[in-house]
Design a protein around this ligand. Sequence first.
Ligand code: NAD
Length: 358
Amino acid sequence: MKLLVTGGCGFIGTNLIRRLLQSDHYEIINLDALTYAANPNSLHMEATLSAEALNRYQLVRGDIAEKQFVTEAFRTHSPDGVIHLAAESHVDRSIDGPAQFVQTNVVGTFNLLEATREHLRSLSPADASAFRFLHVSTDEVYGSLGETGLFAETTAYDPHSPYSATKAASDHLARAWHTTYGVPVIVTNCSNNYGPYQFPEKLLPLMIIKCIAGESLPVYGTGQNVRDWLHVQDHVDALLRVLSAGVAGETYNIGGDCQLSNLELVQRVCGIMDEIYPSASGESHSSRIEFVTDRPGHDFRYAIDASKIKRDLHWQPQHSIETGLKNAVRWYVENEPWWKAILDDTYQLQRLGETASG
Ligand code: NAD
């Protein structure tokens, strides 16, 4: 099966493509613009990928917001399905510069849907009915919860940041292309992912890197904002289940049943770091937690009701937060060259401290 994956050099894409290539069932065409968030070297870091697997992989550099590039990619590669991950994904950046978010998340998704619609016309009825356009989205489209409640697939959209608003717009386009044109779209809305290969501006890697550097650990507001955490490998499992067994036109929420406040998460990271990478002063890393001015419009709580995907597609998260987080923290400690290369090329650690987020 030849899959066109967009954004495959990002955090989730890297983990997904590695998994897909481990099965000789898949050939992967990765469309990626290689923005600041991409690391094309991530796939080559582990010996788990054989030369044979890498032969089934091709990176095609380009911007999904450019119609011509997307049309050409479909013509050249004639995929059997699409997994659409490419996005501008960082909330703080969306507040500073929303225009790029509209381009990639909205216009880019529109171009992919249109190219898929055109492509389906060239397929045999059997190939067209097996085709899936898997649109990967976020729980942030649902807005913010109070102290109680969960987001279900039927929860009304209420996005608050430019990031979540553009993802919401792209979800609406994807569903409309199914309803109006019969494009076999499936939408997934997932909670916060953690795990290896996450860009160091995001909360978990940022905190680990700051622990290693002995710097203060900036936490927004009072740290009480709650997120539902899921290991990226569990998200990948869910996407593969949806791709193989999901019903076109349906939406599946994906989450880890693991609600933690940002402060709790940072404290857990500090506890793990105290064991595996004690601070030079001998004090707990948590002594350097510092509360900083809150993000504007910071959603209070996200939490997912994932009962539909569990019931209909028999998916279950496999990683507990205890072992998943421990392994993830250890990965960043042991793979310093991976994140150091990113920091040295494009960022100052000091600057990242000003934009810590979950
Ligand atoms: P990421 O920021 O790590 O990676 C995004 C990738 O998309 C990068 O490789 C980047 O180069 C590429 N890209 C960006 N703009 C592009 C463009 N115009 N054309 C082509 N490629 C472009 O993102 P991620 O965390 O891996 O998230 C992937 C998807 O999953 C996103 O759609 C995001 O909304 C969704 N999601 C992420 C999370 C999470 O916790 N990370 C949770 C739920 C949903």
